[in-house]
Design a protein around this ligand. Structure first.
Ligand SMILES: [Zn+2]
Ligand SMILES: [Zn+2]
Length: 96
Protein backbone atom coordinates (compact mmCIF):
# COMPACT_ATOMS: atom_id res chain seq x y z
CA UNK A 1 0.00 0.00 0.00
CA UNK A 2 1.87 3.04 -1.21
CA UNK A 3 0.48 6.53 -1.21
CA UNK A 4 2.91 8.86 -2.90
CA UNK A 5 0.90 12.00 -2.33
CA UNK A 6 0.36 11.52 1.40
CA UNK A 7 3.13 13.85 2.51
CA UNK A 8 1.80 16.61 0.26
CA UNK A 9 -1.87 16.19 1.06
CA UNK A 10 -3.37 18.92 3.23
CA UNK A 11 -6.58 16.96 3.68
CA UNK A 12 -8.64 19.95 2.53
CA UNK A 13 -11.36 17.57 1.36
CA UNK A 14 -11.49 15.60 4.60
CA UNK A 15 -14.97 14.47 5.51
CA UNK A 16 -16.34 14.23 9.03
CA UNK A 17 -17.11 10.79 10.38
CA UNK A 18 -20.16 11.20 12.54
CA UNK A 19 -21.54 8.93 15.19
CA UNK A 20 -24.86 7.46 14.11
CA UNK A 21 -25.94 7.57 17.75
CA UNK A 22 -24.98 11.02 18.97
CA UNK A 23 -24.25 12.85 15.73
CA UNK A 24 -20.92 13.92 17.16
CA UNK A 25 -17.94 14.10 14.87
CA UNK A 26 -15.73 11.20 15.87
CA UNK A 27 -12.98 11.70 13.33
CA UNK A 28 -12.22 12.94 9.84
CA UNK A 29 -11.38 10.86 6.82
CA UNK A 30 -9.46 12.27 3.88
CA UNK A 31 -10.69 10.64 0.65
CA UNK A 32 -7.72 12.00 -1.28
CA UNK A 33 -5.06 10.12 0.67
CA UNK A 34 -7.21 7.76 2.75
CA UNK A 35 -5.91 9.06 6.04
CA UNK A 36 -8.01 9.10 9.18
CA UNK A 37 -7.63 12.28 11.21
CA UNK A 38 -8.63 13.01 14.79
CA UNK A 39 -11.81 14.90 15.58
CA UNK A 40 -9.62 17.82 16.64
CA UNK A 41 -8.68 18.20 12.97
CA UNK A 42 -12.03 19.96 12.49
CA UNK A 43 -10.72 23.30 13.73
CA UNK A 44 -7.63 22.95 11.58
CA UNK A 45 -9.78 22.06 8.59
CA UNK A 46 -11.87 25.20 9.00
CA UNK A 47 -8.75 27.36 9.08
CA UNK A 48 -7.29 25.48 6.14
CA UNK A 49 -10.42 25.96 4.05
CA UNK A 50 -10.65 29.62 5.00
CA UNK A 51 -7.03 30.08 3.94
CA UNK A 52 -7.57 28.25 0.65
CA UNK A 53 -10.67 30.34 -0.05
CA UNK A 54 -8.66 33.52 0.63
CA UNK A 55 -5.83 32.39 -1.62
CA UNK A 56 -8.31 31.49 -4.35
CA UNK A 57 -9.93 34.91 -4.11
CA UNK A 58 -6.64 36.77 -3.85
CA UNK A 59 -4.97 38.13 -6.96
CA UNK A 60 -1.64 38.41 -5.10
CA UNK A 61 -1.00 41.72 -6.78
CA UNK A 62 -0.22 43.77 -3.73
CA UNK A 63 2.07 43.69 -0.77
CA UNK A 64 4.25 40.81 -1.77
CA UNK A 65 7.15 40.68 0.64
CA UNK A 66 10.42 39.25 -0.57
CA UNK A 67 12.40 37.22 1.88
CA UNK A 68 16.01 37.81 1.01
CA UNK A 69 19.00 35.86 2.25
CA UNK A 70 22.47 37.37 2.04
CA UNK A 71 24.29 36.04 -1.01
CA UNK A 72 21.31 34.03 -2.23
CA UNK A 73 19.05 36.77 -3.50
CA UNK A 74 15.32 36.40 -3.08
CA UNK A 75 14.53 32.99 -1.66
CA UNK A 76 10.83 33.44 -1.15
CA UNK A 77 8.05 35.88 -1.91
CA UNK A 78 5.02 35.74 0.31
CA UNK A 79 1.75 37.45 -0.44
CA UNK A 80 1.07 39.69 2.54
CA UNK A 81 -2.61 39.47 1.85
CA UNK A 82 -3.19 35.73 2.00
CA UNK A 83 0.21 34.31 2.93
CA UNK A 84 0.63 32.29 -0.22
CA UNK A 85 4.17 31.57 -1.28
CA UNK A 86 4.56 33.40 -4.57
CA UNK A 87 8.15 32.41 -5.25
CA UNK A 88 8.60 32.30 -9.01
CA UNK A 89 9.84 29.07 -10.49
CA UNK A 90 13.47 29.46 -11.50
CA UNK A 91 14.02 26.23 -13.36
CA UNK A 92 17.28 26.08 -15.25
CA UNK A 93 18.72 29.10 -13.49
CA UNK A 94 21.94 27.56 -12.24
CA UNK A 95 24.23 30.25 -13.61
CA UNK A 96 26.56 31.94 -11.14
ZN1 LIG B 1 -5.30 13.88 2.77
ZN1 LIG C 1 -2.45 36.65 -2.10
Amino acid sequence: MTTTTRALCRHADALPVESAVTGDTLAYLCPACDTQLPASFGAELEQLRARIARQDACDHNREVSDITVWGAGVVASLCQDCGKNMTPCTAGGSDR
